[in-house]
Design a protein around this ligand. Structure first.
Ligand code: C2E
Ligand code: MG
Ligand code: MG
Length: 673
């Protein structure tokens, strides 16, 4: 026998024989065991008690787990079975069989340890976990699972699987869909799937399921549940914000453009005209400067409300920014437009009272009609805007229709032409320069990049700001040549730094027209090659408009650029056509929060909300977020706390020429020629 066996005389209770295994267990020769009193060999009270009862003739068998000590005093766990035997005329014996359990115990302890590890792991994840067997019985779950599904503790304690599964079914909004999906998952044992579940509680869970396998064979299924409610809310907020003006909640330029498109389509169909009224408050700056921006914001809210009372529900009142409002009046000819304009001027005439103060605000309105004044929303806006400006020149507080007045337009275009001409000369004469603005890590304070910004000092015009000449260059197409120049110089500078041991990524602004040139991607590749710059040290800053104009084509270009290894960022994020749809699809690495939102931090609630939403969204999409135009410590702190990654702005440094940039970041490079 493999187990240890003693034969015990039933009268004397002395061992009369022991096998080899018994000797090994007790660490002595089997012969040494012979003659020993079993009561002496007993280690536990149970054994003592049993042999005592045997002696009194009260008991003659036992089987249980117990312990025995060997001669060295080492304790062994055993299963001990005692039975009485009597064969033929022989005196009766007790057979004691001892089965050594140490190995089994070691395995049990290991299993216990592993299961404790598993439990700890299960409980420490942020996801709810549910493990089932192949027929859907619950095998394991963690507390987070119970919390996410708000399963009553009683139900879990009772381990009533049916009740738990039924509870889950009743918690989801679309129970039939949920059941269908579960059935499909059950049918496909090896299926891995991700689904989104909306619960009645308002929570949204992402469910990931995969098979659980042992030795390559499925034995059950693991479900993990991740709460994505907040992430979705941030996304939805961005979507609404991207259609509405954050301050007034009125439609913004984007929504206005959508509505104008619909109005144009309808007008084409049934031939009814519509009109666009461009309204700008008179001397609004004055209110802002004397009473403060908070006050100014309240006035803008009031103005929005009043304008809304002048039009029908079907019309659109949009705010473009600052004190500019645009009203789209559907099915309105010039007479209807005029009536509306009068109504708006009247509505504004009523004094405003804010914080115990009373004052009046007037406005100038320009009107353009479809189709007589333009065929597109852009054209109508330009015309209405021009008409509004004429009102301002003529003394404000009135309205005016657009009229073709070639002489007036002439003045504008001549100065534009002059600027355009001066730019072309400046490029030929190398009068453009690049300045670099440091981009700083909000957590470490390290400078991690530089944005190249163009500068131009003209002998006649003096220093001209890019805000002035870039739009002119974009309109005339000159931006393509200018953009090439910028790209080439910025890449050369980055390569120079790189050679000198300063790996400083440089960000270059790219205009839409430049981006759309057929050879744009090749041009970038060539510039990198010629300068010998590793592509990851170049970042291109694109505007949102680039991505929406011809999304298909833009996608191909962006992919080609990403393949080159060039980094991509969205500039002025939040001001244009912010749409999650494209962010998800395009290979973008970074979002730049526009300066206009940063300037309101930390006081402006709407700016704080928007900035938070952008940061959340960036995090959800794993994009870096950089804030532009950070001027104060308070702004920086607010952004840091909100989880923003990077910033640039006057607080750290404006755009600097190369020597000043190097001095600011404390770089001592090799002497320049
Ligand atoms: P952007 O790309 O959004 O550049 C940021 C602008 O904010 C720069 O104005 C910069 O000097 C300014 N800025 C930086 N920090 C602060 C701050 O703390 N406070 C304030 N108030 N402003 C700050 P800049 O250089 O006048 O450029 C204006 C715009 O012109 C740029 O906006 C960009 O759209 C365009 N631009 C500049 N250089 C180029 C270029 O090389 N190519 C193209 N296509 N566009 C350019
Ligand atoms: Mg930029
Ligand atoms: Mg910007």
């Amino acid at each position: 026998m493999l187990d240890a066996v003693w034969l015990v005389n039933a009268e004397s209770l002395h061992v009369v024989a022991a096998n080899h295994a018994a000797g090994e267990l007790m660490a002595m020769a089997p012969s040494q065991l012979v003659g020993k009193d079993v009561i002496e060999l007993a280690t536990t009270p149970e054994d003592l008690f049993f042999w005592g009862e045997v002696a009194q003739g009260l008991s003659d068998s036992i089987e249980s787990d117990t312990l025995v000590n060997d001669t060295h005093g080492v304790t062994h766990a055993v299963t001990r079975r005692v039975s009485r035997v009597q064969a033929g005329g022989e005196p009766p014996y007790f057979v004691v069989v001892l089965h050594d359990r140490s190995e089994q115990q070691r395995i049990e302890r290991e299993l216990e340890g592993a299961s404790a590890d598993l439990r700890a792991t299960l409980e420490s994840t942020q996801d709810g976990i549910l493990v089932t067997d192949l027929v859907g019985r619950i095998r394991n779950f963690n507390q987070r699972f119970a919390a996410l599904w708000q399963i009553p503790p009683d139900m879990l304690l009772q381990r009533d699987d049916d009740a738990v599964l039924e509870w889950m079914r009743r918690s989801v909004g679309d129970a039939p869909g949920y059941m269908r999906r579960l059935a499909a998952i059950d049918d496909a044992t090896m299926l891995q799937a991700t689904d989104v579940l909306r619960l009645h509680s308002g929570r949204v869970l992402e469910r990931v399921t995969r098979p659980q396998c042992m030795h390559g064979r499925p034995i059950g299924r693991v479900y993990s549940f991740h709460d994505i409610t907040e992430r979705l809310e941030a996304n939805e907020r961005i979507e609404t914000l991207s259609y509405t003006d954050a301050l007034t909640g009125l439609p913004n330029r984007r929504l206005l453009a959508d509505r104008a498109e619909i109005a144009i389509a309808q007008a084409r169909r049934d031939g009814t005209p519509f009109s666009l009224l461009f309204l700008n408050l008179d001397r609004f700056n004055h209110i802002n400067e004397t009473l403060g921006r908070v006050y100014g914001d309240r006035v803008l809210l009031d103005v929005g409300d009043r304008i809304k009372t002048c039009v029908r529900q079907v019309d659109t009142v949009a705010r473009l920014g600052s004190d500019e409002f645009v009203v789209l009046v559907n099915q309105a000819d010039s007479r209807a437009a005029e009536t509306t304009a009068w109504r708006m001027l009247d509505a504004l005439k009523q004094p405003f009272s804010q914080g115990g103060m009373s004052f009046t605000v007037t406005a100038s309105i320009g009107i353009a009609l479809y189709p007589t004044d333009g065929a597109s929303m852009d054209e109508l806006m330009r015309r209405a805007d021009a008409a509004m400006r004429e009102v301002k020149h003529a003394g404000r507080a009135a309205f005016r229709f657009h009229r073709d007045r070639p002489e007036a337009d002439h003045g504008v275009s001549r100065s534009r032409m002059r600027l355009d001409h001066a730019m072309r000369l400046a490029l030929a004469n190398e009068r453009f320069r690049l300045h670099y603005q440091p981009q700083v890590d909000l957590n470490t304070g390290a400078v991690i990049g530089a944005e190249a910004l163009i500068r131009w000092r003209d002998p006649e015009l003096g220093e001209v700001s890019p805000g002035e000449f870039i739009p002119v260059a974009e309109e005339s197409g000159f931006i393509v040549a200018l953009g090439d120049w910028v790209l080439k110089h910025a890449v050369t500078q980055a390569a120079r730094w790189d050679e000198a041991g300063l790996a400083m990524p440089v960000s270059v602004n790219v205009s839409a027209l430049q981006f759309q040139q057929p050879g744009f991607v090749d041009g970038v590749a060539q510039a990198l090659r010629e300068a010998g710059l590793p592509p990851h040290l170049l970042e291109l800053e694109l505007t949102e408009s680039i991505l929406v104009q011809d999304a298909q084509d833009a996608m191909l270009r962006l992919q080609a650029l990403a393949q080159l290894g060039v980094k991509l960022a969205i500039d002025d994020f939040g001001t244009g056509y912010s749409s999650l749809a494209y962010l998800k699809r395009f290979p973008i690495g970074r979002l730049k929060i526009d300066r206009s939102f940063v300037s309101g931090l930390p006081a402006e609630e709407s700016d704080v909300a928007l900035v938070h939403a952008i940061i959340h969204m960036g995090q959800a999409l794993r994009l870096q977020v950089i804030a532009e135009g950070v001027e104060t410590e308070a702004q920086r702190e607010c952004l840091r706390v909100a989880g923003c990654d990077l910033f640039q702005g006057f607080l750290y440094a404006p755009a600097l020429d190369v020597p000043a940039f190097e001095a600011r970041i404390g770089f001592v490079g090799p002497a320049r020629d």
